[in-house]
Design a protein around this ligand. Structure first.
Ligand code: AHR
Length: 503
C-alpha cells in the first residue's frame, strides 16, 4: 500500500498555540489525592506534592492545566480550599459521589502549577453558584491587594496575585447530569453577565464559554448558536468535549472517529462564523477543546461507586482507564486532528493528567509510571510547536458507516522555522498492511534526519502496568531514506511514528 504527501514551507494552516497541548486536573478519584498530592509520599515536596509526578508532568511539557473541574466545579465552593488546612470543611461531592477534604485548594494547585511550569486555566462554578462567586474568586486570584478577597489571599500567605488569564465559565452546562444544568438561553444569559463582570475587572482576560459536551447531545449544535448569540462579544473561546471508546472492539471504526472529531470542529467553526456575521462583529472566537481522551475501559468497574453504592469515599480509584496499544493510535490521530485544525482550535486539554483517564499513573506510597498514551502526547507536546503545515495527502482509504471514506494514513506536520525543523506525526490505520510513504519536501532547504521514533506492538490490547510499565515504549525507527527532497519510510500496520527533520 502506498501513500504520497507533499509538504511545502509556504502551505501553512496556522501558528500552533502551545496551549493546544494542555491538560486537566479535576478533584475526581485519585487525580489530586494520591495523584499530584500525597504528603506522606517519599518524594513529597514541602507542599505535599509528589516530586515523581512533577517530573513526569515536566517531561510532557504541559503548557496549561484546567482546574478544578469538570463536573466537580458545578457544586464547588472555592472558599472551602483556602485558609489553614485543619479548618477546611469536608464536603460531599455530588458529581462523583465522594467526599472532598479540601486539603488541596487554589494555593496548593497554584504552587504545583509553578512546580510543573504550567499556566493555570480556572473554571468558575456556574452550576450551583453564579456571578458573585466568580467575581470574588477572580478578585482573590488576580487582584494585588487592598480589597476584601485579595487581602484574604495575602493573609493566607500569597502576596502576589497569580494573574490567571484563562477562565472557563462553568462546565458542560448543556448536560442534564450537571449540577445546575441550564437551557442554552438560561446559561447564555448567565455566562454573558458573568463575562461582563469579569471583564469589568480586567478586559484582557481570556474567557471560555461552554459549548456541547459531545456532538451527540440533542441540543448540539443549536446550543452553540444560542450561547454565542448571548456571549459572542464577551468571550474568546467556546469549549468542546469529546471522549472516544471502542466497546464494539472494531479497531478500524474506532480509529475513524477522529474524522468525527474533525467534523465536530468544522461544524462549530461554522456556527462561530455564522454568529460573527450575524452580529457584524470584527472579533474572532476560537475553540477550546478542553476535554478529550479515550474513556471507556474503566466504566463497568466504576458503576457501583458512581451509583453511590460505596457511600462517600475520599479519593477512590475512579475512571482509571488502563490504556492499551490501540489507544496510542487513537490519541495520535486526535492530536493530528488538532494540529490540522490549529487555525480554529487554540486550546485543547487532554482529560485528564494523573490517575483519572490519564497518561500518568501512581501507586499510593509507590511509583509513578507512564501509560501507553503518554507517548503520542509527549511527542506532540514536545515537538509539535511551530507552524502547522497544510499537507497534500493521497492515501488509500476504507469506508466506515456514518463517517465515509477514511484514509489509512493519518498525518500532521509542524515546521519550526526558528529551529529549522520539520516534524511529522504519522499513524497507519491499516490492520495488516505496511504503508509505503513518500513525502515530497519543498521550500525547506536541505534537511537531514534528526529523530525517528516508532510506537508499534504485535498486540493491540497490551497495556503498561505498575508491575510492567515498559510493555509499550517508543523505539528507534529504521529505514527512512531522504534523497532529492523526498522522504521515504515504511509504516508498519497499526503503528505510530514521529519523524523529525533538521535543516
Ligand atoms: O473528565 C471527566 C468528566 O467528563 C468531567 O468531569 C466532565 O466535564 C466530563 O463529562
Amino acid at each position: 500500500m502506498k501513500a504520497t504527501v507533499t509538504a511545502h514551507s509556504k502551505y501553512t494552516i496556522s501558528e500552533i498555540d502551545p496551549r493546544l497541548y494542555g491538560s486537566f486536573v479535576e478533584h475526581l478519584g485519585r487525580a489530586v489525592y494520591t495523584g499530584i498530592y500525597e504528603p506522606q509520599h517519599a518524594t513529597a515536596d514541602e507542599n505535599g506534592m509528589r516530586r515523581d509526578v512533577i517530573e513526569l508532568v515536566r517531561e510532557l511539557n504541559v503548557p496549561i492545566v484546567r482546574y478544578p473541574g469538570g463536573n466537580f466545579v458545578s457544586a464547588y465552593n472555592w472558599e472551602d480550599g483556602i485558609g489553614p488546612k485543619e479548618s477546611r470543611p469536608t464536603r460531599l461531592d455530588l458529581a462523583w459521589h465522594t467526599s472532598e477534604s479540601n486539603q488541596v485548594g487554589i494555593h496548593e494547585f497554584a504552587e504545583w502549577c509553578a512546580a510543573v511550569d504550567a499556566e493555570m486555566m480556572l473554571a468558575v462554578n456556574l452550576g450551583s453558584r453564579g456571578l458573585d462567586e466568580a467575581r470574588n474568586f477572580l478578585e482573590y486570584v488576580n487582584h494585588p491587594g487592598g480589597s476584601e478577597w485579595s487581602d484574604k489571599r495575602r493573609a493566607n500567605g500569597r502576596a502576589e496575585p497569580w494573574n490567571v488569564k484563562v477562565w472557563c465559565l462553568g462546565n458542560e452546562m448543556d448536560g442534564p447530569w450537571q449540577i445546575g444544568h441550564k437551557t442554552a438561553d438560561e446559561y447564555g444569559r448567565l455566562a454573558h453577565e458573568t463575562a461582563k463582570a469579569m471583564r469589568a475587572f480586567d478586559n484582557s482576560l481570556e474567557l471560555v464559554v461552554c459549548g456541547s459536551s459531545n456532538s451527540h447531545m440533542p441540543t448540539y449544535p443549536e446550543w452553540e448558536a444560542t450561547v454565542l448569540e448571548h456571549t459572542y462579544n464577551e468571550v474568546d473561546y467556546i469549549s468542546l468535549h469529546m471522549y472516544f471508546e471502542n466497546r464494539a472492539k472494531n479497531t478500524a471504526n474506532y480509529l475513524a472517529r477522529s474524522i468525527e472529531l474533525d467534523n465536530y470542529i468544522r461544524t462549530v467553526a461554522g456556527v462561530i462564523a455564522y454568529i460573527k456575521a450575524k452580529k457584524r462583529s470584527s472579533k474572532d472566537v476560537f475553540i477550546s477543546f478542553d476535554e478529550w481522551n479515550v474513556w471507556y475501559h474503566s466504566k463497568e468497574r466504576d458503576k457501583a461507586t458512581l451509583a453511590g453504592a460505596h457511600g462517600w469515599p475520599h479519593a477512590p480509584a475512579l475512571l482509571e482507564d488502563d490504556y492499551n496499544f490501540e489507544d496510542v493510535l487513537q490519541v495520535g490521530c486526535i492530536l493530528n486532528t488538532f494540529i490540522n485544525r490549529a487555525d480554529v482550535v487554540k486550546i485543547a486539554c487532554l482529560a485528564q493528567l494523573v490517575n483519572v483517564i490519564a497518561p500518568i499513573m501512581t501507586v499510593p506510597g509507590g511509583q509513578a509510571w507512564r501509560q501507553t498514551i503518554f507517548y503520542p502526547y509527549f511527542f506532540a507536546s514536545v515537538y509539535g510547536r511551530g507552524t502547522a503545515l497544510k499537507l497534500h495527502v493521497e492515501s488509500p482509504s476504507y469506508p466506515v458507516d456514518g463517517i465515509g471514506e477514511v484514509s489509512y494514513l493519518d498525518i500532521s506536520a509542524v515546521h519550526d522555522a526558528g529551529k529549522r525543523t520539520v516534524t511529522f506525526f504519522i499513524v497507519n490505520r491499516h490492520g495488516t498492511e505496511t504503508l509505503d510513504l513518500n513525502i515530497r519536501l519543498e521550500g525547506f532547504g536541505a534537511l537531514t534526519l534528526a529523530e525517528d521514533q516508532v510506537l508499534a506492538h504485535s498486540d493491540i490490547n497490551v497495556t503498561n502496568t505498575a508491575e510492567s510499565p515498559n510493555n509499550v515504549v517508543p523505539g528507534k525507527g529504521e529505514g527512512v531514506e531522504l534523497s532529492d527532497g523526498t522522504l521515504a519510510a515504511g509504516m508498519q500496520p497499526l503503528s505510530y511514528r514521529m519523524i523529525r527533520l533538521q535543516g
